[in-house]
Design a protein around this ligand. Sequence first.
Ligand SMILES: C[S@@+](CC[C@H](N)C(=O)[O-])C[C@H]1O[C@@H](n2cnc3c(N)ncnc32)[C@H](O)[C@@H]1O
Length: 234
Amino acid sequence: MKEERAYNSEMANAYEVNARISLPSYDAIFTMVQSYFRLQLGDKSAEVLAVGIGSGTELSAWGPSNPKWTITGIDPNLEMLKIAKNKTFELGLESRVKLIHGTIEDLPLQDAKFDAASCILVLHFINDVQEKVNLLKTIKANLKSGAPFVLVSAYGDRDDAELQDRMNVWKSFWLDNGRDLSTVDGMIIKAIQQLSFISENHIIQLLAEAGFTNITRFYSTGIMAGWICHAGDH
Ligand SMILES: C[S@@+](CC[C@H](N)C(=O)[O-])C[C@H]1O[C@@H](n2cnc3c(N)ncnc32)[C@H](O)[C@@H]1O
């Protein structure tokens, strides 16, 4: 298994508070994705794959309210998975949740494919474009034909003033939440250095290359956006 960007225990514990500052509409992502999946899946039992499940917001947002869904979460970071595992027990979801330590390549090969999948706030941690495509292709290969998929990621062209404008809005979210200017400026520099920004067109192109169709942006806040699509025919 490849080790990915490390969240130590302190960062993992602070993750959900910080995510809600970075993205004031963080919880809305999960509410919207739930509605999208429900629309697509109807009332039937469904196997949902959450790639990069982290501390498990996917579990608390979708598990209790969708008793016919079984959720498989996969993540290479043990500190984040530890929180997701505790959440599974707290919510009484043990019989409907499977957590796997690893990246999508560590997903055991199986004949039964997933009915839906998400990859929320993960793609920008993968620097290499070919690796991004491989991740998306492997998700697609694990989905039933026509299954819904949701991607949420940072996006933007580094050379474009438009991204700078959105960075400034992002900065404002943090300042309004009591962080001082020098800390926030440091975070911006770190984010620019560590996150892999590609333009929205490029993300759409990668999704299409991986075999997804009907790609539509459904969400956008600050430096992040989200796209819904379907696994195309094999
Ligand atoms: C910002 S967190 C998002 C967690 C959760 N999806 C959410 O929205 O709250 C990003 C997660 O992606 C995981 N990650 C990084 N690279 C990954 C990869 N190649 N495959 C799967 N997960 C990955 C990290 O370990 C981390 O837990």
